[in-house]
Structures are given as C-alpha cells and as structure tokens.
Design a protein around this ligand. Structure first.
Ligand SMILES: Nc1nc2c(c(=O)[nH]1)N[C@H]1C(S)=C(S)[C@@H](COP(=O)(O)OP(=O)(O)OC[C@H]3O[C@@H](n4cnc5c(=O)[nH]c(N)nc54)[C@H](O)[C@@H]3O)O[C@H]1N2
Ligand SMILES: Nc1nc2c(c(=O)[nH]1)N[C@H]1C(S)=C(S)[C@@H](COP(=O)(O)OP(=O)(O)OC[C@H]3O[C@@H](n4cnc5c(=O)[nH]c(N)nc54)[C@H](O)[C@@H]3O)O[C@H]1N2
Ligand SMILES: [Mo]
Length: 758
C-alpha cells in the first residue's frame, strides 16, 4: 500500500478558496489602494514587476495571473495604506516597542522619513538625508575597516547590490555576508563541492519533462506556491511525487488551483505526493542511503541476470568519482541502522526507491529541511549521490533543484555580494575602478555575530532584513547589537532590529520594487535572478509610499559618496541617474553571465545566465561530479538522550520570514496564536504532558548557556516521535550560534536540541 497521506489538521487543500480568503484578509488588514489590483496583474510578467516574495522562476508562457497567495500578500503588504511617520514616535519609545509582537510592528505600515535614534528621548527622530549620509560617512571613516559589516537580505535588485558590494570593497573589506548565510549557504558550499555549481541545475523546461520529483525538506505550498502549478501539470501527465518531510505539509498533499475557475467551482483537488515519508528531523542521510541501497540492490540483480543495468554505468565512468567507496558503504549499511536513523520503515523506503528506479527523469528538490542542519552539506551531497546513480544531473527533465528564498538572494551573490574573496573577479574590479580590492575573506553571519558578541564588530550596515530577529542566540545578539558605534538599516517597515540602537542608529526608508523609481534619466527598472538562474527586469509603477523615500541604489550611492575618497572611476552620480550604466558595469565584470544584459532583461521568462553542471561540465576540484561517502547517518551534532527533542523551527503560511502577516496557519489548523509547541500525541503521553498545557522549552546544546522560550501551548500534531515543532523567528532564542552546518556555517535551525520544562 502506498503511503499517500491525509492531513485532517488542514482547513482544506493548498490553494483553493482558503487562499482567496487569506488574501482578502490581507486586504482588510492593509487597506491598500485599489490600484494594487493592477499591480498584481503585472506581477511576474515581461515588462511587469517581479514579485518581492520568493525566488521561484517566471514562466515564458505566463498565465493571466502569475502571482500566488503569498506573492499577493507580499505586494499588498508593501502597498499598504498604513504609514509609520515621524509622529509615530511622539507616542512610543524604543524601549516600549521591544514588548511589541513582530505582527504589531509590521502593522505600523511603511516608513516614510529617514530617522536617527535620539538617546535622550529614547525615540527615533526625523533627520535630513544629507545629514544622515554625512554622519554615517564620518563614522565609517573613523572606524577600522575590519570592524564594519555590510549585510544584505536578498531583497535589493542586482544594480543596487553590485554597487553595495563595490562600496564595501572600496571601503576596504569583504565583509559582505547575506541572508543566504542562514539559508542556502549550504548549497553554495555543498553543491559547489560535489557538482561544481553553487546553484540549482534545472530550468523551466525540465519541470515539464520530469517523470518524478523527490522533495526533501521544501514546502512549496507556503514558500513557493507558484511551484504547485507545474506540479499539478506534472501529475496530470502521470509524473510521480515523493516527499520526505517530518511535517505533513498541505501543499505536498493536495492542491486546488485558485486560478482555474473549473477547479475552484468543482473543488477538484490534485493529489500531490504519491508517497509521503515522515522522516525524523535530521534523518535524511539514512533515508537517502536507503534509497541508494534499493538502487544498488536492483542493479546487482540486473547485473546478475544480464538485464538492463539500473545504475547509469556509462555516466558514472565518464563523469563521476568516488562511486566505489560510496557504494561499498551502501552495501555495508544494514536496514536496521537505516530504519533507526531515518525513523522510516524499510518497506516505505523501498516503495519510494521503486518510484525512483521506475522514472527515466528525476528532479531532486530541496530546501531548509536539508540545509539547516549540522551536516547540511552532507545532506546535499547525499541527494546528489542519489541523482548521480542514475545520471539524473545534466540532462533533460532531470537535475538538482534547491528552491531559493528571497526574490534576489541568488542574484546578489552572482553580482558580488560574497564574503569569500576567491569568488570575486578582483582583477576586473581593479581594472574597472582603479583601486586595490581587499584580498582577505570577509565574515559569514555566524562569524559576524560572534564578532559582535566579542566586541570586534563596531558597525553594521544592513541593506534590508531583520538580522537581530533572524539569527540564533537572539537574546545575546540583542545585547551585542546595541553595543555598536553605528547601525544603519535600509528598510521598508519597522522591525525588531531597529529596537536595539547603538551609539548611533539610522533607519533609512526605501522604495518597494512595485513603486516608481524616478532618477535623472527618467523612471528606472531593476533586475533580479531567480532559482533557475534567469534574470528578469522589473518596473515599478505605483506612486511611492512617501515622497521622502530613496531607492536602495540611491542610498548606497549616498553612503558611498560620503564615505569614500573621490576617484574619477567611481561615477556614483552618473550611475544613480541611469541604472542601465550599472548593468553595463555588471556585464563588464561578468561578461559570460550577463551578455547583452540591457537588451535581454525583459525577454519573457528572463534570460538564462547558464550553468556548467547543467551541461555536465564539472567545475569541482576533481573536474568530475563527486560521490560523497557520509561519515555519519544523521545530520546532527548531538546524540539522542532521554528527554532531548529535535526542535524544527517552522514557517507558517501567514509570514514571510520575520514579517508576520497574521495568525492563521490554516494548513496546520493553528489559528489566532503562534505560541505553540507541536508534538506527536505519543511524545505528549511519554513526557507526561497534556494538550493545552503551557510549557517552556530550554536549550540542550550542552554549552552551559541558559536559553529558554516559555508560554508555549502543547498542541498535538502529526509528527514523528522525538521531532517537535515551534515557529521561527520566535524560537530563535533557543538556538546556539555555534550550532551550524560544519562546512558552510549555516545555522542548524531544523534540529535544535531542546528539553521541555512543564
Ligand atoms: N510565505 C513564505 N514564503 C517564503 C518564506 C516565508 O517565510 N514565507 N521564506 C522565504 C525564504 S528566505 C526561504 S529560504 C524559503 C524557505 O522555504 P523552505 O525551504 O520550504 O523552508 P522551511 O519552511 O523553513 O522548511 C522546509 C521544510 O523542511 C521540513 N523539515 C524540517 N526538518 C527536516 C528534516 O530534517 N528533513 C526533511 N526532509 N525535512 C525537514 C519542514 O517541515 C518544512 O516543511 O521560502 C521563501 N518563501
Ligand atoms: N530559527 C530559524 N531561523 C531562521 C530561519 C529558519 O528557518 N529558522 N530561516 C533563515 C532564513 S532562510 C533567512 S533568509 C533569514 C531571513 O533573514 P532576513 O533576510 O534578515 O529577514 P527578513 O525577515 O526577510 O527581513 C524583513 C525586513 O526586511 C525589510 N524589507 C522588506 N522588503 C524590503 C525591501 O524591498 N528593501 C529593503 N531594503 N528592505 C526590505 C523590512 O524592513 C522587513 O522588516 O532568517 C533565517 N533564520
Ligand atoms: Mo532564506
């Protein structure tokens, strides 16, 4: 019998009327101008504006509506009619706001004026842009260059991001960590190591040709809902879908296409997963090893009886290294071990393995469920092992598909936001701008936070984001953050990172991508790169939320001019006047990726910047695709112990990272609160708890530091034994900054060791 699954906790299928009601609720909360409808109709279409939510690609043949529930929410949230003006601070102090919820901060609306923190009154006050830039520049000039960090969250377009990276390097460091340091850095490092590409290998056409999709720890229903459309198409043509996830995620169970009138009126549901395997948190290495064992055993049988081989031997011989060592381990590992470490039965893994073998073309999809673990890179290597066995990388309908987070998170890395010096064509920068680029590596997020805690980091510039709320060890981070000499955050809305000002703190409000960006040469367009490495132009048409806003690029230019010495090659004003000149610089710096950039950026579906692994050219050290032999069967850095649970930090359907849109997680049946602890009924019973009881979680990382989160209501949920769940970002206080992926330093947010205190 197949392990198809039902999800009684969900209010209904993914999509469907639930999604329409949820968008309607956002309208009620934000009361945007009716013109938001026109904006939604232009969303993700050529010549339109590119969604500010996730990085899911834009199809060439687009539908009348190319936005999803969460894309609509992001746009409505940006185009809210609420405004957080300087008057707001007449009624509130910074200290008071620290007791506010993320949702309430978000509801204050769009920031309208540049603000400076005034310690005397404990409030932010209006400041003139020029004065802000001058003070920021003066402080940056006075600090040692190693003590300043230039963070970015993946929102800003390629043009602003390129100049931001240039600003940091001319200033003198590579301290350019990004939100992906908490996210897909595991991919940038882990995938690079095994296939020589730091990004996914598939393109849109592959989605239309795959026979099977294997999902590991990615939740398309909430986090990339437009993915459900090609999945629905795939199911219609008979493709199979297999999911490995401890949580039953509704988008991987069933979907009603809200953009199909027939589906909506008939309530026709598409079943998504053919097999749903509730692997325990951190159990994927064993689970994938089990899948590989099914393949190897079938291949042995084929070899013995002379039938067609199951393993793609020709591909293995020509393109890979490490096969013998890996398959030796596969043979040597027994099923009892695999079952224990994965929490799955041999039978269930076998059924999934048969689907893998039965498919000619397979796409492996993954997200935070693989990357945010102590052995996240090993998880990624294991998925690649599985794909390599049958040559499922670098051919039509097959490949590796990490689903990226922020709309331009991948692109920012492409154009130079990177802390690793070797990733940057420094010689090109030197030639173009006549300066000596820094050669030392900069800091990752984990190292930046540790630098803050040690008092070595004195200033943070943030191009977007809410770092204080997004990182582990949040309570310690808040104290360390407030010790800085200078904090500058470019933001659209108020958030918790603004509430721990240092000696000097500025909030610099910016345009949203949906808004008109008028500069000397006229309205400007920007561009972004999606998860499939396609680059698309975006034009904002809405009137800005306030006439005092600056574009992100203008703010970068303002800081650069006030901080850096004059250099005739740094033509900040010209670039600000015409963003196409910045695109020319990007093309000159990265000629292979950005050929004919300005001419091609509005082509439907965006232009492809290519990917060597997609063509079976392996830019690894070995010049081959690499089989990884795991040194352990789980992705954890701790042992099992009585009373120790693996805490998964979860996203609801009603949030975008630290931005909380509302309190309805309808897919998990949780309404009106986020203060819950999800546990299996069996774990509730064993722990001697009862549903509805209020408990405290405490860190069990073993470093003697007390980390706790109280006020959580025990709620029975369909979860594997030993795996429990609570919401991100609230649960960030429980994670230790030293608990991260060994190779990439991505915080291990998906199996935090905790105990429960009644
Ligand atoms: N609406 C919305 N969209 C978003 C975001 C958002 O917050 N809200 N965030 C954006 C960002 S920045 C990102 S990076 C992406 C994140 O999107 P995803 O990669 O989907 O991230 P998560 O929802 O954190 O976790 C993914 C899944 O991993 C599962 N999981 C947890 N532990 C394990 C494990 O050990 N093994 C396996 N196999 N699965 C596990 C969880 O149950 C969850 O379903 O989404 C982007 N899009
Ligand atoms: N425990 C746990 N921790 C996690 C995760 C997890 O799954 N579990 N996920 C991690 C992941 S995947 C990520 S990516 C990080 C996210 O970390 P960040 O990227 O730092 O956080 P966001 O919540 O995306 O940032 C939201 C803020 O960005 C600003 N903003 C919004 N739009 C724009 C814009 O267009 N321009 C500018 N300049 N600012 C804008 C707004 O002020 C808003 O408050 O969190 C990480 N932390
Ligand atoms: Mo992310």
């Amino acid at each position: 019998m197949a392990d198809t699954i039902e999800n009684p906790e969900s209010e209904g299928p993914a999509g469907g009327w639930g999604s329409v009601r949820s968008i309607a609720h956002m309208f009620g909360d934000n009361k945007p101008s009716p013109a938001v409808i026109e904006t939604l109709l232009r969303q993700n279409k050529p010549g339109g504006f590119m969604c500010v939510s996730c990085a899911w690609p834009k199809p060439v043949n687009y539908h009348p509506f190319e936005f999803c529930e969460n894309g609509a929410k992001a746009t409505i949230s940006d185009l809210t009619s609420a405004r957080c003006t300087p008057d707001f601070w007449n009624d509130h102090t910074v200290t008071e706001l620290r007791s506010w919820k993320d949702y309430d901060l978000e509801q204050t609306g769009r920031l309208t004026h540049p603000l400076r923190y005034d310690a005397g009154t404990d409030r932010y006050v209006e400041v003139k842009w020029e004065e802000a830039f001058e003070n920021i520049g003066a402080t940056l000039k006075s600090l040692s260059k190693e003590s300043v960090v230039f963070y970015s969250s993946g929102h800003a377009g390629l043009e602003a991001s390129y100049l931001y990276a240039l600003l940091a390097r001319v200033y003198g460091n590579n301290n350019l960590p990004q939100s992906s340091n908490m996210c897909h850095e595991t991919t940038s490092v882990g995938l690079q190591k095994v296939i020589g590409s730091p990004v996914g290998t598939i393109v849109w056409d592959d989605l239309e040709k795959a026979d099977a999709f294997f999902f590991f720890g990615q939740n398309p229903g909430s986090n990339s809902p437009r993915f459900l459309h090609p999945l629905q198409e795939a199911k219609k043509r008979g493709a199979r879908i297999v999911t490995f996830n401890p949580v039953v995620e509704q988008g991987l169970v069933s979907f009603v296409n809200p953009q199909s009138p027939v589906d909506m009126l008939t309530g026709h549901e598409t079943q998504i997963s053919d097999e749903y395997l509730q692997v325990q948190a951190g159990g994927d290495i064993a689970a994938i090893l089990g899948l590989c064992k099914v393949v190897v055993e079938a291949d042995d049988r084929a070899h013995a009886d002379g039938s067609k081989r199951v393993i793609d031997v020709a591909f293995i011989d020509e393109h890979t290294t490490g096969f013998d060592m890996f398959t030796a381990l596969v043979r040597a590992t027994d099923w009892a071990e695999i079952e224990r470490e994965s929490g799955l039965t041999q039978d269930a893994i076998r059924r999934a393995g048969e689907i893998y073998i039965g498919a000619q073309r397979v796409i492996g999809v993954y997200g935070m469920g693989l990357t945010q673990h102590s052995q996240g890179a090993l998880n990624v290597g294991m998925l690649v092992n599985l794909l390599l066995l049958r040559g499922n990388i670098g051919r039509e309908g097959a490949g590796c598909c990490p689903v990226r987070g922020h709309s331009n998170v991948q692109g920012q890395r492409t154009v130079g936001i990177a802390e690793k010096a070797k990733l940057i064509p420094m010689d090109k920068l030197k030639e173009l701008f006549d300066f000596n680029p820094p050669t030392e590596d900069g800091t990752t997020i984990v190292d930046a936070v540790k630098g803050l805690m040690a008092g070595k980091i004195k200033a943070f510039i943030s191009l977007g984001g809410n770092l204080v709320r997004a990182v582990p060890d949040q309570k310690h981070m808040e104290r360390a953050w407030a010790n800085q000499d200078l904090i500058v955050i470019v933001s659209t809305k108020l958030n918790r990172s603004h509430l721990f000002p240092g000696k000097q703190a500025y909030i610099l409000p910016c345009l949203s991508r949906a808004e008109i960006d008028a500069q000397a040469s006229g309205p400007q367009s920007v561009s972004t790169e999606d998860s499939f490495s396609h680059i698309s132009g975006s034009i904002g048409k809405r009137t800005p939320a306030s006439k005092h806003l600056k574009s992100e690029l203008a703010t970068v230019v303002g800081i650069a001019k006030a901080t850096l010495s004059a250099n005739p090659k740094l033509k900040w004003d010209e670039w600000l006047g015409d963003y196409s000149l910045v695109r020319e610089l990007i093309e000159k710096t990265y000629p292979k990726d950005f050929k004919d950039y300005n001419a091609r950026m509005f082509q439907p579906g965006g232009f492809y910047r290519g990917n060597d692994a997609h063509n079976r050219v392996w830019k690894t050290e070995e010049k081959k695709a690499v089989f990884t032999t795991p040194k352990q069967l789980n992705a954890l850095s701790f042992q099992n112990a009585g009373g120790r649970f693996r805490l998964v930090t979860m996203r609801s359907n009603d949030q975008f990272n630290t931005t909380i849109y509302g309190y309805s997680d309808r897919f998990r049946g949780i309404e009106g609160t986020r203060d819950v602890l999800l546990m299996s009924q069996s774990d509730i019973d064993t722990a001697g708890l009862s549903e509805g009881q209020v408990v405290k979680l405490v860190s069990d990382f073993g470093d003697g530091v007390r980390r706790e989160l109280g006020g959580l209501v025990v709620t029975a949920h369909n979860l594997p034994i030993g795996t429990i769940g609570a919401y991100y970002p609230e649960a960030n206080v429980l994670n230790a900054i030293d608990h991260h992926d060994e190779m990439s330093k991505t915080p291990a947010s998906k199996a935090i060791p905790v105990r429960i205190e009644a």
